[in-house]
Design a protein around this ligand. Structure first.
Ligand code: ZN
Length: 67
């Protein structure tokens, strides 16, 4: 469904939040990305398959997640 010259990251990719914003709703605190991911202001995400993801930026520091 992506028609960008540089294809947006797949929703299963860890770079999914780098996809282009196609519908922004700052007053409601979320944006719809080109790959179908809903990105929330608190860095949480809702994936196209319905899976909810917390603050995914924590993934960059896995030692904190395992604590
Ligand atoms: Zn795209």
């Amino acid at each position: 469904m992506c028609h960008h010259v540089t294809p947006c990251p797949d929703p299963t990719s860890e770079a999914r939040d780098l996809a282009a914003v196609v519908s922004s709703h700052p007053e409601q605190g979320w944006s719809l990305l080109c790959n179908g991911v809903v990105l929330f202001d608190d860095d949480g995400e809702l994936l196209p398959d319905g899976q909810a993801v917390g603050d995914h930026h924590v993934w960059l520091a896995p030692e904190l997640v395992q604590a």
